[in-house]
Design a protein. Structure first.
Length: 167
């Protein structure tokens, strides 16, 4: 998180960049970091969270990624989920004011589509400008790189449209 803040601070000071028009985007872990950033600061003019992680408690039971508590996974979600909950961006979603595009594939087994649905539903309920772009079950976690060409082109169009509108 400190590295994201450092990059944003650097960009805000760069003479060729309008600090009021800086966005944040990420997929998978980058989607998690995007969600974390928008729940902890309002410094970004817009955000795109792609195949994201938002709720580590629910992800523990819905991802194809193996749980290895103590290695990369923060604790055991069935014994004590407080540490995991504290590291879940959805916990602080009420803080978000950043317009956010959510992109997710129904066939994503790594970061299940319910992760993106939680972000989108919460932002809608909070009145934050948001849009959910959902791709069909035939797509996967790697849709942005190896999905059907027409859907990859569509995704890029959605991204450009969101940036054009909000930056």
């Amino acid at each position: 998180w400190t590295d994201v803040q450092a990059v944003a601070s650097f960009m805000e000071q760069h003479p060729a960049i309008d600090p009021q028009r800086i966005g944040i985007m990420g997929g998978s872990y980058g989607g998690y970091m995007t969600n974390w950033a928008i729940t902890h600061t309002d410094r970004f003019a817009a955000a795109i969270t792609d195949r994201c992680v938002a709720n580590l408690v629910s992800m523990a039971g819905s991802s194809d990624y193996p749980l290895v508590p103590g290695e990369y996974w923060p604790g055991n979600p069935w014994d004590d989920n407080q540490e995991i909950w504290q590291q879940s961006p959805i916990r602080a979603i009420r803080n978000v004011t950043t317009p956010t595009l959510v992109i997710h594939s129904e066939g994503d087994l790594r970061c299940n589509v319910e992760q993106g649905e939680q972000v989108f539903a919460a932002l809608k309920m909070l009145g934050v400008p948001t849009r959910f772009v959902r791709y069909p079950r035939e797509t996967s976690h790697g849709m942005s790189r190896c999905g059907p060409p027409d859907l990859r082109i569509h995704r890029l169009g959605e991204i450009l449209t969101w940036w054009s509108k909000h930056l």
